[in-house]
Ligand binder design. Sequence first.
Ligand code: FES
Length: 135
Amino acid sequence: MTQLGPYSEKVMDHFMNPRNMGELEGANAIADVGNPSCGDMMRLYLKIENNIITDVKFKTFGCGAAIASSSMLTEMIKGMPLDEALKITNQEVADALGGLPPVKIHCSLMAEEALKAAVENYENRKKEPITAKAS
Ligand code: FES
């Protein structure tokens, strides 16, 4: 694949063939984040077992850079301990994609924010386990 405009081949690859896209059955963490500057949105599902992210999926309604960042994030964090995953920055996601144009760096922020929000969601669920609804 050749470079298209300002985007690296990796960005184009992850945009055209997103990894881990969809809904995750059995997820025990979920987060929705939005980018207020453009209205794009991302949902991240995690399955966490023994503090390891054993599975992850995403759904992103957004620009190509946001989809590529989401896809790259899922590849980076699959199999990773939570404390390590929480250290990932949007710049690292962008770097793993071979860089993003400066005006598109903010798009990778959703990936970092979604991950942090999903882990927070997991921690909250541990504190308040979801109980069966009273009939
Ligand atoms: Fe909205 Fe990229 S333009 S996330």
